[in-house]
Design a protein around this ligand. Structure first.
Ligand code: HEC
Ligand code: HEC
Length: 500
């Protein structure tokens, strides 16, 4: 139950060609007349969990061997149940809005949707916005990542970003590298207006804050900052705090099955791992401190679910002798940062200074010291009882379990395959993925590459389909350590990485 169930849904999206894109207008600026942004999505960021007791002396949770205690399994099962059934925020939209989203698509896609059956149209809608079908529940009312609520409402939750698919298979806990949250929200807003329905927190939030400029990534970190900034250290709503400089930037949600190996969360490892940090996404002003306290046990369960996750196994063939050779190279060149794997595995959770790692600096710098201190001094960190690093120097070298499945790579998702990680000079400047394509040779996303975003991409939806590494916060530079390897060594390491 708590495993990242792999359910085959390849057929679901296959028939939808990647040419169905484009939005009529970029709603963010146009609709700014609606003004009055109300704090919305903390939950977007729920990403900040905290809970000291989860880790043993060696930093590994007691369940690191995959064998959880019965009580732990029960708690994890409850966490999964809560994620599937309990709404913590008001609904984002209802089924009537969802079923008419296609009416605001650009003409070509709209015509195809109009001619399609309702089931096919629903599949097209899932495909367009990177929504995941619920594994093994063909009749589910909502996508995975949304909880069905009264009056056929859809309420977004963690799984919108933390359930993804690789090679066409849905895997809870995998980052959703297809999510098109900004595009979805813009279309929802237009559709609601056409149906004379009122706008919800997310619709309003995106009038002021971008949710993500490239499909597959989100600006969730800055949403966390905005929501946190409206609270005092005890989580009371406090609108008097000075506003902060917001450096918008998009992140690739990391796979959650590695959380159990960590004591700290996030790309720079600044936040402690506990269930309160995970509650950031619920800091909408209507959720006062009492609500947060009431929900804390729920988030203990959700954290238990996260820590119960196992990485998916490479489903294709492996050249075992090549992988064995790769292991030796890896242990010599990579393990000091990424740890070692197998029976005597260990993970150093190393933060590598920015000057040494050389990957995009924006994420590290975008989180202000004020925000970090707010977490250090307040309820989320048990008033400093759980250590918060208010001045981290770089990025954490993540564990590489199931790394074959979690493309694209680096914290900003700028590199489409492991081959490109290993060949720093050959990384594509602009790339676009195929929806369900998996590149078994290069290990990662099957992509088309470009020198620049093609002129044919005109609408916001079309443009967001391209990852453009020349844009701010989207650099694919750095992590040049593989340059020390010969080509045969790189090929051996690539084979070995498939086995982790
Ligand atoms: C809109 C997308 C989005 C939503 C919704 C979201 N997250 Fe995240 N999550 C992210 C991104 C992006 C990161 C990486 C942030 C960083 O490293 O700074 C992240 C990071 C995390 C991490 C840290 C993982 C690690 O290895 O350090 C955890 C744990 C987490 N999220 C849990 C949750 C939970 C629980 C929820 C729901 C309450 C949630 N997230 C909702 C996008 C999202
Ligand atoms: C000095 C420390 C260090 C060394 C040595 C190192 N790495 Fe890394 N690696 C990192 C850091 C830090 C990151 C995260 C960078 C980021 O996201 O900006 C990373 C990221 C990665 C990623 C992407 C992970 C993800 O989830 O996106 C892969 C794959 C990887 N490294 C493989 C390797 C391999 C293979 C080697 C050996 C040839 C190696 N690394 C050597 C520090 C290191």
């Amino acid at each position: 139950m708590n495993q990242p169930v792999i359910s085959d849904e390849q057929s679901l999206h296959r028939s939808v060609s990647s040419s169905s894109r484009a939005l009529p207008l970029d709603g963010v600026r146009r609709w700014s007349a609606f003004g009055q942004y109300r704090v919305p999505l903390i939950w977007l960021m729920a990403c900040f969990v905290v809970s000291r007791p989860a880790c043993g002396a060696d930093g590994l949770p007691s369940a690191a061997d995959g064998s959880q205690s019965a009580a732990g399994q029960q708690l994890a099962a409850k966490g999964w149940e809560l994620l599937r059934t309990k709404p913590y925020l008001p609904p984002d939209f209802d089924a009537a809005v969802f079923s008419e989203l296609w009416k605001v698509w650009e003409p070509e896609a709209r015509n195809r949707a109009a001619a399609a059956s309702p089931e096919e149209r629903r599949r097209m809608t899932f495909s367009r916005y990177g929504l995941m079908p619920v594994p093994d529940e063909p009749d589910a009312k909502t996508a995975l990542g949304y909880v069905a609520t009264e009056n056929s409402g859809w309420t977004m939750n963690c799984l919108a970003c933390h359930a993804g698919k690789v090679a066409g298979r849905v895997i809870p806990g995998l980052g959703n590298s297809h999510t098109a949250l900004q595009s979805l929200t813009e279309d929802v807003r237009l559709t609601k207006l056409s149906q004379f329905k009122s706008l919800s927190h997310l619709d309003l939030a995106t009038l002021k804050l971008p949710l993500g400029t490239t499909h597959g990534t989100t600006n969730s970190v800055i949403f966390g900052v905005v929501l946190g900034n409206l609270r005092d250290r005890d989580m009371n709503v406090d609108r008097s705090r000075p506003s902060q400089t917001l450096t918008h930037h998009d992140m690739d949600a990391p796979p959650l099955w590695n959380v159990r190996f960590k004591t700290h969360l996030y790309a720079d490892g600044f936040a402690p791992k506990n269930s309160r940090v995970l509650m950031q996404f619920m800091l909408l002003p209507e959720n006062g401190p009492d609500k947060l306290r009431e929900w804390e046990p729920d988030f203990d369960a959700i954290l238990a679910w996260i820590e119960s996750l196992e990485p998916p196994h490479w489903p294709f063939d492996v050249d075992q002798s090549l992988a064995d050779a790769g292991r030796i190279v890896f242990d010599e060149h990579c393990a000091r940062c990424h740890g070692s794997y197998g029976p005597d595995s260990e993970y150093p959770e190393r933060v590598v200074p920015l000057e040494e790692i050389g990957t995009d600096p924006v994420r590290l710098r975008a989180l202000t010291i004020v925000h970090r201190q707010w977490m250090r001094d307040g309820w989320m960190s048990h008033y400093g009882g759980d250590p918060v690093d208010v001045d981290p120097v770089g990025y954490v070298a993540p564990p590489l379990h199931g790394i074959w499945a979690s493309a694209p790579y680096f914290h900003n998702g700028s590199v489409p395959t492991l081959w490109h990680v290993l060949h720093p000079g050959d990384r594509p400047t602009v790339w676009q993925r195929l929806e369900n394509g998996y590149d078994q040779q290069r290990v990662g996303l099957e992509v088309q590459t470009f020198e620049a975003v093609p002129d044919a991409a005109r609408t916001p939806w079309q443009k967001r389909g391209y990852f453009d590494t020349t844009k701010p916060a989207k650099s694919n530079a750095g992590h040049t350590f593989p340059d020390d390897l010969t080509e045969p060594q790189k090929m051996a390491v690539l084979e070995y990485l498939k086995t982790l």
